[in-house]
Write a new protein. Structure first.
Length: 246
């Protein structure tokens, strides 16, 4: 059976028409995909949780001066014993008291009327610190108010403020980060609702720095805040997320 000329022409037209239709369908799919890619919304969600500290630490720093290095260490030993007895007498477990390594250095005499020093040692300085860590934060707070007793015992002492910590902070960070991501989605849905749009999938998300601040604080910092001065704290998390819009 021979194929006539008009049949060849018709076949060619059908093939050409099919190619055009395939190209149109493919082009529309590409345009729709690019359109979907361009229709996104970026929002920042936030969440916070109030927490109460369950651990505390108190550090006292003390130093001595003595004409000889041996004398400085001897005096340091006596002062550290007094500090240890002070904490124990106030109900602190001896295992909760930690002394740092002694740091010592010579102080040289100066030339008369000059800031330049000679090679002659005037006295030696020795420094040390003692840190107490407890779960009973109220007791440690009360103890911190009594450290002046040690000063009255002729100890050259400086006390740092009590530091308050939350033991399960990592878990709380995960919890608030998850809540912040959910809040971001809610905000995105609220924004597009006015245009009858719908939120699609989340295409990206970035967790911001955590702000751990006193409960009533509104302070923020680009590098994050980790407050240890207050018993009651607020953990704030932020998440910047991008969603597709249908």
């Amino acid at each position: 059976m021979q194929i006539k000329d008009y049949q060849v022409v018709l076949l060619g037209l059908l093939i050409a028409l099919g190619s055009v239709l395939s190209t149109c369908i493919l082009s529309k799919a590409v345009v729709d995909f690019q359109k979907l890619q361009n229709q996104t919304i970026r929002v920042t969600g936030s969440a916070s949780k109030n927490v109460t500290s369950d651990k505390a630490s108190l550090t006292v720093r003390f130093s001595v001066k003595n004409p000889t290095l041996k004398g400085a260490y001897s005096q340091m030993e006596k002062d550290s014993a007094k500090i240890k007895d002070f904490f124990i007498s106030n109900g602190v477990d001896v295992k909760s008291i930690e002394f740092s390594v002694i740091d010592s250095y010579p102080q040289y005499k100066k030339f008369p009327g000059s800031y330049n020093t000679t090679n002659e040692v005037e006295y030696y300085v020795a420094n040390q610190s003692a840190t107490v860590k407890m779960n009973d934060i109220e007791k440690l707070t009360e103890i911190s108010k009594k450290v002046n007793i040690l000063v009255n015992q002729d100890i050259d002492l400086h006390s740092d403020p009590v530091q308050y910590y939350v033991s399960n902070l990592d878990e709380i960070k995960v919890e608030t980060a998850e809540a912040a991501a959910k809040n971001a989605k809610i905000r995105a849905q609220s924004i597009v609702a006015g245009t009858n749009g719908k939120i699609g999938v989340m295409t990206s998300a970035k967790l911001g720095v955590f702000q751990i601040v006193p409960v009533d604080s509104t302070e923020i910092n680009d590098y994050g805040i980790n407050d240890t001065s207050s018993v009651n704290k607020k953990v704030v998390a932020t998440v910047s997320a991008t969603f597709t819009v249908k």
